[in-house]
Design a protein around this ligand. Structure first.
Ligand code: HMG
Ligand code: MG
Length: 285
């Protein structure tokens, strides 16, 4: 059976938007359980401004407190050099930079233009390379932006190409607000594939519109073999109004199994982790 990898982002993308301050022990318990599920990469931390995303303020403690499983890389978001320094101090195994295909979201999420974000990422990518840390890249708003509306595939391809040229080992194209139709995702990927090979791409679908699995299907047809997902379907981006949960890891694992792909994940542990994640959900959910 052909292998497809699920990149677990629940402890970061899943929890960052939760209104209830989640105790460190609960985060550690979730990550320690996920470490037994068979993932090769889990995004567990985000070294962004704690004023912007208070829920991620304890990311250093999270990386210090987890029981690191052999063969698992623990990843962290880093928006700037300060974030990278914090990630290195906390011994993250890889870091991620995140750009937007739309100016409106770049401003809302990073407080700068797309161009300025790349000026920040360039020295970060250099320093990460010097420190031996793999860098992943995200392209937010790859089909739609909560502020600017529909996004042209060429704009997404341009940002993805820049991240790839900067040395990102993988570029994850994200439907941040889960509004992408199969047609829009297909057209976007056709454009992006002109800049980044399928083997260097991942798909990151929020499930606001209930279309995430269908869009994973489209991405599989285009040759993508890595998908981001959050256990329990948690998540949303605090700076993207209307962004509901990430597509649930359990649902993606079942979908891929039914489509004849091997994920290497333990279904019973995923179910337990999904239950734990949902129980962590705060008020308002
Ligand atoms: P800014 O306010 O323009 O930053 O924010 P600044 O450089 O002017 O600094 C202001 C203050 O923040 C200073 O502190 C800095 O030291 C501090 P003060 O002097 O006021 O005490 N600061 C930091 N502190 C800790 N760690 C840092 C850091 N950087 C500055 N790394 C900034 C700019 C980028 C920091 C801010 O906009 C930010 O943190 N944005 C992140 C927002 C975020 O985390 N969004 C969610 C993650 S992205 C996402 O979910 C999308 C994704 O899932 C894909 C998808 O679905 O689309 C990846
Ligand atoms: Mg996301």
């Amino acid at each position: 059976m052909e292998r497809v990898e699920i990149f677990e982002v629940g402890p970061r993308d899943g929890l960052q938007n939760e209104p209830r301050p989640i105790p460190l022990e609960e985060k550690l318990a979730l990550i320690d359980l996920l470490s037994q599920a068979g993932f090769r990469r889990i995004e567990v931390a985000s070294f962004v401004s704690p004023k912007w995303v208070p829920q991620m303020a304890d990311s250093g403690e999270v990386l210090a407190g987890i029981r690191r499983a052999a063969g698992v890389r623990y990843a962290a978001l880093t928006p700037n050099m300060k974030g990278l320094e914090r990630a290195i101090a906390a011994r993250a195994d890889e870091v991620a930079i995140f750009a937007s295909a739309s100016e409106g979201f770049s401003k809302s999420n990073l407080n700068c233009s797309i161009e300025e974000s790349f000026e920040r990422f360039a020295p970060l990518a250099e320093a990460a390379k010097a420190a031996g840390l793999p860098v992943r890249g995200y392209v937010s708003c790859a089909t739609d932006c909560p502020f600017d509306g529909a996004i042209a595939p060429a704009a997404v391809a341009a940002v993805a190409g820049r991240l790839w040229a900067m040395g990102c080992y993988e570029v994850s194209v994200a439907d941040t607000i889960g509004r992408g139709t199969a047609e829009a995702v297909g057209a976007m990927l056709d454009a992006v594939l002109g800049e980044v090979p399928a083997s260097g791409l991942a798909g990151h679908f929020h499930d606001t519109g209930g279309q995430a699995l269908q869009n994973i299907g489209v991405s599989l047809e285009k040759g993508l073999r890595v998908f981001d997902a959050a256990v329990g379907g948690l998540g949303g981006c605090p700076y993207a109004p209307g962004a509901a949960g990430n597509v649930a890891t359990e649902a993606v694992a079942d979908y891929l199994a039914a489509a004849g792909y091997e994920t290497g994940l333990k279904r019973d542990i995923l179910a337990q982790a999904g239950q734990m994640a949902r129980a962590m959900r705060g008020a308002g959910e």
